[in-house]
Design a binder for this molecule. Sequence first.
Ligand SMILES: [Zn+2]
Length: 408
Amino acid sequence: MVMDKHQLSKVLEELSDHRGRNTELVSLYIPPEYDIRKIINFLNSEQSEAQNIKSKNTRKNVISALEKMERRLKNAGEIPDNGIALFSGNVSEQEGRPDIQMWEVEPHEPIESRRYKCDKEFLLEPLEDLLIDKEVYGMICIDKSEAAIGYVRGNHLTVEHTLESQVPGKTTKGGQSQQRFERIRENLYDTFLNQVADKAKQAFLQKARDDELLGLIVGGPGFSKEDLTEKDYLPKELLEKLLTTIGTNYSGEEGLKELLNKAEDVIQESEAIREKQKVNQFLVNLKKENGKSVFGLEDVAKALQMGAVDTLLFSEDFEKKEARFECPECGKEEVKHISDFEAENESHSCEECGANMDLEEKKDVVEMFQKKASQMDSSVMIISRQHEEGERLWNMGGVAAILRYRIR
Ligand SMILES: [Zn+2]
């Protein structure tokens, strides 16, 4: 059964809690359309390999885990549409009394590559990546001869499709043959615009429906960008996302890069609008006292841990660390959220005995929270201070959250 993002994040949380006593937790990722016999043979050879493991318990546990996987794949007979990830191993807390469990995950998006790992913890990154925000800007660069379709995520441009048209260049023969030639030309042009629209639908329609398409930008040297966006080629759902059309010197893939450069301001403007909307939503909740907004590190951390956060908001200048101190005299530990400078340069005295505490560990709060958010399927937004709303968030401590439901 295919899991949605929420189910996936729950399983990931469960799996991340398991630690093997030894390297005996097996993770296996199989992409779609992979030859299942190959994988079964591979699991067989890994079982022979495992005979060499020195510790008797570990050896038995690893072999049992591999056997479980092999049996599962033999029963399945084929790889599911999005591929499958299997996790198996001994999760018993008691030495010598093994409890070999297996989990299987059919994710909502395809598994990209085959991975295999036998370790003290499960390999979860490839699935965690599927929970990261998939929000993109769609881009189409088109003229009469060619088109390229791609999207921008962060600053990275991915080209999805390139197409060439069959439209011949203009001639000046004149007369009847000229008319016929023009008609053929028109038809070929119409076919080309339809092909581009089809590819654009393939690339963007599902994203638009999933609210992952932030905007669409269409560019190109001639009038094809207008023909594509002003006539009935693209569906309404995509046209609603159209931010602007931009003239470029190049078309195709080269034009797509040019378009990205020229669209920077438009994208920035659209980002700012989204940021302002989110901060305002947060502020409106506060004003209404409906319990669906929290701010400040401790409250946000608590809500995040509960899985209650819909959107996590950080000011772009927020840079606190979570620092763990330990007292060399009495062993007391303390966790503080402070700046890098305070962690490194200021002395922290022990509440119990007054000795100078040592800095044991220092983690970046934004990174920690982002990781947690991805496990909990919460989205994260970094808010610039270039607008009034951003400045307000900063003045409230620079970290806040909009909740899925009230928690108190
Ligand atoms: Zn102490």
